[in-house]
Design a protein around this ligand. Structure first.
Ligand code: MV4
Length: 480
């Protein structure tokens, strides 16, 4: 593998290129009209224009991107996350054009893209699952019978859904019929597949996911867990590794279950197996994400591996260079997703020019960044500016470092989620480790941030006044 085309933009394109460069592999960036001057373009050895700003006319043009890769003699395509990363047809087309897709085979992507197919695939292993059914259901009468058996509240999920799309909570039987028909029509229009199924609704779960990596020689390793419960409307905001609540035994149990999920679909490359965990630490398999995830850096910091390097190596057909016994957790890492969104105004995208943009730096601080001072934040794509990641010997150290790094991070021109990240890191529930997926909903309100900001403004005013009085004393010397 001598040259890789990265079919993505922003921080993840740069992240992948960094490792490719380290491995002596040439890189090709692709860019849309909006990204002509983007850092990921300048970071690459070569770059190719692929179309207008909207993703559909650029970053989602699979066939065109493949043609570009071939014309520039690339050997492989890395899809990053989002865009084409979980598009089975694209993975297939890459391979049928004689290029290497740095990711799993199309079959595994397809299987795990369907919740029902995934449940079917893992059946031969003893993977704990939420009580529910593993077939699509349309008959309301039958559904009522099943829901009664499972017990309310139940959750209707779309088989083709994911990341919370197409889910409906039903608390009582009289709502089941209407919710089911809504769920089916929503799933049909959103995914072109109206299959829905029922599960017991776990009311206050944690979201714990396991990073796995598989090679083409039958080896599958787990790289421990990430705790991702701090999320807002299915959008993760803060992630950490390891989880504050897993025992070594439970970690191993979940790790083994995750590798079995990967085995069930003949997995290759980096993947993440998502679990729900209830208050009694029971865990249940939810779904598998067949890509490198946004939050992979926390895993890299605590395990000491470069996940992108391993992706590239297994894509080249190499065996994984370590065994499960070689892996251990060192320290604690936390990631804050820094979005150009206004936490005081319902997290509305805050577009504009980065008038000032200075990153924090220092020991234990990593910033996976895709922007620079003077750039506009484009409206066409995800508004994530960067990922701020801190690493310490302990969870407390990582949290303290995160607060200091947030204070050091300078952004002017757009609103960001940095103050929101500070709120999370200072909150007792987060600090104690005792929180679930309802953290933001339960504890956050813009008023809290406003009060913090007013308090900061008050302190700044006091300091300014003190300095003013001091300056006056200096100026009023006896000779004046
Ligand atoms: C659930 C659940 C409770 N009970 N399934 C949301 C995203 C998708 N991956 C599955 N999700 C959930 N499935 C049962 N049976 C609660 C969620 C859920 C959630 C899961 C992980 C992280 C954040 C979440 C936020 C709301 C709901």
């Amino acid at each position: 593998m001598k040259k890789i085309l990265i079919a993505n933009r922003g921080e993840i394109a740069i992240r992948v290129m960094q490792t490719a460069k380290k491995m002596g592999i040439k890189t090709v960036a692709v860019y849309s009209e909006a990204d002509r001057n983007a850092p990921h373009v300048r970071f690459a050895d070569e770059a190719a224009y692929i179309g207008e700003a909207p993703s559909k006319q650029s970053y989602l043009r699979g066939s065109h991107i493949i043609a570009v890769a071939k014309s520039l003699n690339a050997d492989a395509i890395h899809p990053g996350y989002g865009f084409l990363s979980e598009n089975a047809d694209f993975a297939e087309e890459v391979e049928s054009n004689g290029l290497i897709f740095i990711g799993p085979k199309a079959k595994a992507i397809r299987m795990m893209g369907s919740k029902l197919a995934a449940k079917e695939a893992v059946k031969k292993y003893k993977i704990p699952m939420v009580p529910g059914i593993d077939e699509a259901i349309t008959d309301v009468k039958k559904a009522k019978g099943i829901a009664r058996e499972i017990g309310y509240p139940i959750l209707i999920k779309a088989s083709a859904g994911g990341g919370g799309k197409g889910m409906r909570i039903v608390t009582q039987e009289k709502d089941l019929e209407s919710q089911m028909s809504r769920a089916i029509s929503e799933a049909t229009s959103a995914f072109g597949d109206g299959s829905v199924f029922l599960e017991k609704y776990v009311t206050s779960p944690r979201h714990v996911e396991i990073q796995i990596m598989a090679d083409s020689h039958g080896n599958i390793l787990y790289f421990f867990e990430r705790e991702c419960s701090v999320q807002r409307r299915h959008q993760k905001v803060v992630e950490e590794a390891p989880s504050a609540i897993l025992s070594p035994e439970l970690r191993k149990e979940m790790g083994v279950a995750a590798t079995q999920v990967a085995r069930s679909c003949d997995y290759l490359g980096a993947g993440t197996v998502e679990f729900l965990m209830d208050a009694d630490l029971n865990f249940y398999f939810l779904e598998m994400n067949t890509r490198l995830q946004v939050e992979h850096p926390v895993t890299e910091l605590i395990s000491g591996v470069d996940l992108v390097e391993l992706q590239i190596r297994v894509a080249r057909g190499e065996a994984l260079p370590m065994q499960q016994e070689d892996l251990e957790i060192n320290g604690h890492a936390i990631e804050l997703r820094v979005y150009a969104e206004d936490p005081l105004n319902n997290f509305l995208p805050s577009v504009g020019k980065l008038e000032r943009y200075r990153l924090p730096e220092g020991k234990g601080i990593r910033v996976d960044n895709g922007f620079e001072e003077g750039m506009d934040v484009p409206i066409y794509y995800d508004p994530m500016l960067s990922k701020l990641i801190t690493y310490g010997k302990s969870r407390e150290e990582a949290i303290e470092l995160m607060i200091r790094a947030i204070d050091q991070y300078e952004v002017e021109g757009v609103m960001t989620t940095l103050p929101f990240g500070r709120f999370v890191c200072e909150h007792d529930a987060f600090r104690s480790g005792n929180f679930d997926t309802h953290f933001v909903k339960n504890y956050y309100s813009p008023d809290i941030l406003r009060k913090n900001e007013e308090e900061e403004a008050r302190i700044a005013a006091i300091i300014a006044l003190k300095q003013y009085l001091k300056d006056q004393k200096v100026l009023r010397t006896p000779n004046n």
